[in-house]
Write a protein that binds this ligand. Sequence first.
Ligand SMILES: [Zn+2]
Ligand SMILES: [Zn+2]
Length: 146
Amino acid sequence: MCKECYSEDARITPLLNARECLEQHEQYVCSTCGRCICIAKDQNRGLYRWNFPFKTLSIAKLYLRAAEVASNKCCTIYEVKNHKSNRISYKIFADQWIAEEYINKNTTKTIVPVYKNEAFQTFDKHQIRMLTKTEVTKYLEEKHSR
Ligand SMILES: [Zn+2]
Ligand SMILES: [Zn+2]
């Protein structure tokens, strides 16, 4: 596992619409393994990719580093249970009060913290940037040859 971005696979992300994400969104480029993690804020909703719910804990962990870097501290992954649909999802929150606010707004859901790193490692600011066309092509080639 990468000690910086917590992934086993250094080219696993973006999971969906990889080219579009790499070409159009700012990425956190892991200085250890080179993995790109989308760190762009959605213009319409004002949310980062890592603010959205994830299907599994392991997918949430792929975005945890982006959450930590954007928040400049350790963030917590919560298991979210929707008692109406009986569905489980995972969400990252930077602070407990934000998680509590979410639960106050979503009364059919309950949350349990399931994962948090012990320490936040600092990073080089230049790792948050747009990729060049050449970098996108190379990254996608590497991603597809795995
Ligand atoms: Zn993206
Ligand atoms: Zn990494």
